[in-house]
Design a protein around this ligand. Structure first.
Ligand code: HEM
Length: 179
């Protein structure tokens, strides 16, 4: 058989192969995309619902949104790091660990307030068990009080302040090891 006669057959065979490859890749791509995406993270008690008041306005909106929450967390962190009772636990953290903690706290409170954030950190039990000799009630309330002072500094009104502190207090059982 002459090579010239073979050409159309090779051409069509190649075309069929390419079509099959393209169809297979398209069929596979959604499952590929799924297998490379981030696995679901275990959320902490930040799921506690404190989001809406009776008028249906989310706590997130009433607090003033993301930047307002970030400002409260920044002031809370300043208070916590300088706190005579609990500041010692944060002394050894690198700058990056402090930044990470800040981002996680913002996401945690933003999500709990019904905002468009997703907390991707560890559970409260996992990230706090074994700190010092086990965190005490007194240390926990010092932390919450530092948040309360930051809420006051940022002019957060009493109903919203109560809701934010209610959320913080709801985490106590997971954080305190020596009541
Ligand atoms: C309402 C109270 C509290 C909240 C909402 C809270 C929240 C958090 C969050 C979101 C993280 C990051 C979790 C992660 O690394 O994946 C964290 C870590 C940590 N928290 Fe708390 N916390 C609270 C109370 C406390 C108290 C009372 C102490 C100590 C006195 C404390 C000390 C720490 C330390 C040392 C870390 C680890 C930082 C690191 O590993 O880089 N926390 N906390």
């Amino acid at each position: 058989m002459k090579i010239k006669n073979l050409f159309p057959k090779v051409f069509w065979l190649t075309l069929v192969c390419i079509t099959i490859m393209v169809v297979t890749i398209f069929k596979l791509s959604p499952s590929l995309a799924r297998s490379t995406s981030t696995p679901p993270v275990e959320l902490s008690a930040a799921r506690v619902t404190i989001a809406h008041n009776s008028a249906g306005s989310s706590l997130y909106k009433r607090l003033g949104g993301y930047n307002a929450i970030a400002a409260v967390i920044d002031d809370s962190a300043k208070n916590i790091f300088a706190d005579p009772l609990i500041g010692k636990y944060f002394i050894g953290l690198s700058t990056n660990s402090k930044q990470r903690l800040r981002e996680l706290l913002i996401a945690q409170f933003c999500q709990a307030a019904g905002g468009p954030c997703i907390y991707t950190g560890r559970t409260m039990k996992l990230s706090h068990s074994g700190i010092g000799r086990g965190l005490t009630n007194g240390e926990f309330y010092a932390f919450v009080n530092d948040i309360a002072l930051a809420l006051d500094k940022n002019g957060v009104k009493q109903p919203e302040k109560n809701q934010v502190l209610g959320f913080a207090n709801s985490l106590r059982d997971q954080i305190v090891e020596k009541p």
